[in-house]
Design a protein around this ligand. Sequence first.
Ligand SMILES: [Zn+2]
Length: 219
Amino acid sequence: MRIVLLGPPGAGKGTQARRLAESTGMNHLSTGDMLRGEVASGTELGLLAKSYMDRGDLVPDSNIISMIQIHIGDPAGVLLDGFPRTVVQAEALDEALKQAGTPIDKVVHMSVDTDELIRRLSSRALCTDCQTPYNLESSPPAVPGKCDRCGGAVVVRDDDKPEAVSNRMNVYRQLTEPVLHYYRSRGDVVEIDAIGTPDEVFAKLSQSIGAGNSGRPSN
Ligand SMILES: [Zn+2]
């Protein structure tokens, strides 16, 4: 089974994908990890990718698709994370995978409500001195704004503040809606509500790909 996993920043997609890969034995193909791996092992593809990255350019789609093609035939199944991000990429990926006889079987979209995501992210805080994490709702410091451990300032990262989250979600929607629309027109998108505890989201995700509680992929 070959699955594309889509989800907004902050939905815990990377963590869930790793966990799903562990429980099902599927190969988690994160575009970022794959790129770093190819670069680190100095393969031809890696060197080519590095030449773009060193110039501050985006690695071309064709290069990323070549990397995906190396792993897409994994008999254990593949969980694609971080690609495609645009319709052009989705079409190019489809074309390449069709030719290789390894098409995408399913697209899982982890959707979250923006207000809920804002509430969740803006409750995450960190000590600026010792980096101890806090949750301002469930495990706040005893004295507001002050680290229990070292007395340092406990703050919400700028990235997690409501306006920043809201901006990120708008950018995400603009980029991803067309990709979702593209896959929906083929009828293979499963929506899961990614609000909930990590365990709850993981249960929904497993169910959506037919892995159930047995932790085995359905194919
Ligand atoms: Zn501290």
